[in-house]
Design a protein around this ligand. Structure first.
Ligand code: PSV
Ligand code: MN
Length: 382
């Protein structure tokens, strides 16, 4: 496949929660025109797809996106020209989960948490989603608080039950995160822990790499290369960070890191299917739909640059031990301005060259700002 077709085939999934109000624990700033229910979130996601052409699915978070009829929600998405992507479980916002969810010492809480995960698979069935995303906030704040090994056993037991419930063509992605909300131990803190659980379970269990979930300085592209090689890279939660899990726009903090990650994706065959390119971001101070459009464009630009790497020249330089030559091949690609190429791609798809400007001109923001008055705006956690 040539570069254009590969860029055209790459799909970037946007998260429903990016369209709602969000903030830090200090303040959530309300914005005009923010959706008030999952249906309006889908309408906003459809705008991102309409102007970029490469964001045809939207991830749901349960219970933030709870509705009475998921088949109807899915049909609504289809009418808008998009589809339902990953179903994200949420076992971190109930009082019962203060000391953990699937790793909690009390079997009643573990049962409740696992039942929620099974409910998410029911929602996958109803919406046609093929991916369940599991993130556990479980962990400990103090040494001695609970038994670290026993918690791994409980985690394995819950994962096995959910794995057994997955149908044909369905999979789950296990997400890791270094810390937060737990500060001493996190039960799935790193890719190694997630990988070990997934390997034990089988092919329907894969790891998801959230780019904001590592210690500063971690070589994320190495993790990507390793997981891809093992067939265990299920996807990305893209965002960028300066300090911890900042959830800023992907490619904003370190576009070179994003390029290096995409180089490993391209080199490891990760563009050929099976790897989900999802955004997991919040737009606390910038407008949300343009924030998502910009993020999609940033992923596309990094992908285009990674596709421009002269792989033959790179391999030749590597074979001959030409350190500077090999590095120059990568840097040539990174330093290429791919915006004209992407403008051409969009023209070929019947889209405007500049999705940001096209969205701004569309009048959509003014329309929803006028229409969406009254009711309760969706926010982080709703
Ligand atoms: C946790 O920080 C996380 O990255 C998980 O993916 C959650 O589902 C998501 O953020 C919630 O915003
Ligand atoms: Mn995430």
């Amino acid at each position: 496949m040539d570069i254009m077709s590969r860029l055209r085939a790459q799909h970037i999934e946007t998260p429903s929660w990016a369209y709602g109000n969000s903030g830090t624990r200090f303040k959530v700033f309300a914005q005009q025109g923010v959706p008030r229910d999952p249906y309006e979130k889908l309408a906003d996601a459809a705008q991102v797809h309409a102007f970029t052409g490469v964001a045809p699915t939207v991830a749901l978070h349960i219970p933030w996106d709870r509705v009475d009829d998921y088949a109807e929600l899915s049909a609504h998405a289809r009418e808008l020209g998009i589809g339902i992507g990953a179903i994200n479980s949420n076992v971190f916002q109930d009082d019962d989960y203060m000391l953990g969810s699937v790793t909690h010492p009390d079997p009643r809480v573990r049962r409740k948490a696992t039942d929620h995960l099974l409910e998410c698979v029911d929602i996958m069935d109803a919406t046609g989603s093929d991916t369940l995303k599991l993130w556990f906030s479980d962990g400990l704040n103090y040494p001695g608080q609970d038994d670290i090994r026993a918690r791994q056993d409980r985690l394995a037991e819950a994962l096995a039950e959910v794995y057994g419930r997955l149908g044909e063509g369905q999979r789950f992605l296990l997400e890791y995160k270094l810390f937060e909300p737990a500060f001493y131990v996190t039960d799935v803190p790193d890719w190694g822990t997630a990988y070990a659980h997934c390997v034990k379970l089988g092919p329907k269990a894969q790891v998801v790499v959230d780019t904001g979930h590592h210690a500063p300085g971690t070589n994320i592209e190495f993790i990507v290369a390793f997981l891809l090689r093992e067939g265990k890279l299920g996807g990305f939660d893209f965002n960028s960070r300066f300090y911890a899990d900042d959830d800023l726009m992907v490619g904003a903090a370190d576009p070179f890191q994003l390029f290096r990650i995409m180089c490993e994706v391209v080199g490891g065959g990760g563009l050929d299917g099976g790897v989900a390119f999802m955004l997991d971001q919040c737009h606390n101070i910038e407008p949300k739909i343009p924030g998502q459009i910009r993020s999609v464009m940033n992923v596309q630009e990094a992908t285009a640059k990674a596709l421009l790497v002269d792989r033959e020249a790179l391999a030749a330089a590597q074979r001959s031990g030409d350190v500077l030559g090999a590095n120059a091949v990568l840097m040539d690609a990174y330093n290429t301005d791919v915006r004209p190429l992407l403008a051409e791609l969009r023209a070929g798809m019947g889209l405007e060259a500049d999705p940001m400007a096209a969205y701004a001109r569309s009048g959509y923001f003014e329309k929803v700002a006028a229409e969406r008055v009254g009711g309760t705006q969706a926010g982080w956690g709703a």
